[in-house]
Design a protein around this ligand. Sequence first.
Ligand code: KG4
Ligand code: ZN
Length: 339
Amino acid sequence: MKILGIESSCDETACSVVEDGKNVLSNIVASQIDEHRLYGGVVPEIASRRHAENISWVAKAALDEAGCTLDDIGAIAVTYAPGLIGALLVGVSFAKGLAMSAHKPLVPVHHIAGHIAANYISHPDLKPPYLCLVVSGGHSHIVEVLDYTKYRVIGRTRDDAAGECFDKAARTLGYEYPGGKFIDAAAKKGDPDAFKLPHPKVQGSEYDFSFSGLKTAVINTVHNAEQKGESINREDMSASFQKTISDILVEKAMLAAENFGYKTLAVAGGVSANSGVRTALQKACDERGCRLYMPELKYCGDNGAMIACQGYYDYISGKRADESLNGIATLSLDKLSEG
Ligand code: KG4
Ligand code: ZN
């Protein structure tokens, strides 16, 4: 069965046709990042307008590249939560219109569930249950993936998300938005032990994250050096920062895997593209005899294929939406399992 996946929760207008939740027939991503970069972050109003301009041709291009028409599509899957509300509403409204006019089932997909599902595209052998570390621009979670459509969040960030922390550290070091990939590149040339950065402690839950102290430490170190008329080595700071955040992510994910008895781990979200995080997770999993699944780099960031893939599993589980479907800015993965 072919599913058209539609994603517009942030700054990428993306559509894809995926067959049976694994064969990607097309994957079109129209990124707005060059425009948002001018403002140092995503401007919601601009994002909504660009989605509205792009969504029709992106959907058409996805169908064309897959060599099909709407007649060949079995269902339309769309990201309805979480994300920027104006941005979500463009995809949701478009998907509703398309589904109603073409008489196709409409399947609402949770964006983070989509990120997790990106792993099924790259690794058809991956099957729940497993533990997933979700690290994106807006979320940092440790999630028990109990089934293809059932989740339990056992750890979350108390403040900044991992990607947000990468981007803020990058901005302090003078890199453009979104700076995660620039830190990744610079870290390859730097000394990870050059700067001692804090591993913030979180009271209450050993699986929760807190990245604001780490972010502040980078900002303070850079500003203190500037006030003395000195400059810090960006490559060394990038390497030290990346090592610290990787250590924190790996430590918590491994603790959760051990305590909850998981030998299968996955990672998902934009930060799962980070080479330091990937290497550190792989090493920790190898040492403990755990199997690690990581999405291919092209499916780490926002894309329509992950939505079509998760849409397939949601469709099989009977999930449907009608013309009353609305966008939801904030919605925990836990809530999906309750519904
Ligand atoms: O999952 P995503 O595309 O969007 C959200 O759902 O939030 O994640 C975007 C985040 C940004 O913060 C970006 O800087 C980060 O992923 N990112 C990276 C890398 N590539 C993207 N962070 C670190 N290293 C990378 N190579
Ligand atoms: Zn995302």
